[in-house]
Ligand binder design. Structure first.
Ligand code: GLN
Length: 186
């Protein structure tokens, strides 16, 4: 089963996307939710990374999730989820899981272009639907990070080892191919 972090933000949309692909999932709201589960992967949704980060600590979910990520199970973070997984946040002093060797910039597309919809290439996939909402982009990526997608010269999707991140929200579109890409790695 895939555990979807359900503290704040757009977790329901991920659960729905997984359901459409026939993949069972469960919501992670507290430590007890992690007990006695066959956890095959994790999804960290969009939302407000500062709020989710604070709740992760308050609910003592940070350490058990950190251990799961380090155990090598596939993890997928979208938008705020990308920020939570990044090794560095260029315009914020906080860091969270430091699970992928990228420097992320929060709210990077600016006020005017805060939210927009476009299509772009993702890995070998063409014309993938991409919804950006006050999204970050990846300002720097280490040489062993695989860049999967760029929009306006900015990296918006990447993968390193077991960690996949997108700055956009594939779960807010009908295009299930990015989730499919993630579950193929399970
Ligand atoms: N701007 C949010 C943050 O910095 C991310 C927005 C999103 O997840 N849609 O956490």
């Amino acid at each position: 089963m895939i555990g979807v972090l359900a503290l704040q933000g757009g977790f329901i949309e991920h659960i729905n996307a997984l359901r459409k692909l026939g993949v069972p999932s469960f919501e992670i709201r507290q430590k007890a939710d992690l007990i006695n589960k066959d956890i095959k992967g994790l999804i960290f949704p969009g939302g407000e990374s500062t709020v989710i980060g604070k709740l992760l600590c308050e609910l003592e979910l940070f350490d058990p999730l950190d251990r799961l990520i380090k155990s090598g199970i596939p993890v997928f973070g979208t938008c705020a989820g990308l920020i939570l997984l990044a090794k560095k946040i260029v315009n914020d002093d906080s860091v969270y899981f430091e699970a992928i060797d990228i420097a992320a910039k929060r709210n990077a597309f600016g006020r005017q272009l805060g939210s927009f919809h476009t299509t772009g290439d993702f890995a070998d996939l063409k014309n993938v639907e991409m919804t950006f909402i006050r999204a970050p982009y990846i300002e720097q990526a280490a040489s062993d990070v695989k860049v999967l997608s760029k929009i306006n010269e900015h990296i918006v999707a990447a993968m390193q080892r077991n960690v996949l991140v997108t700055a956009f929200h594939p779960e807010l579109t009908n295009d299930l191919r990015v989730h499919e890409f993630f579950i193929k790695n399970l």
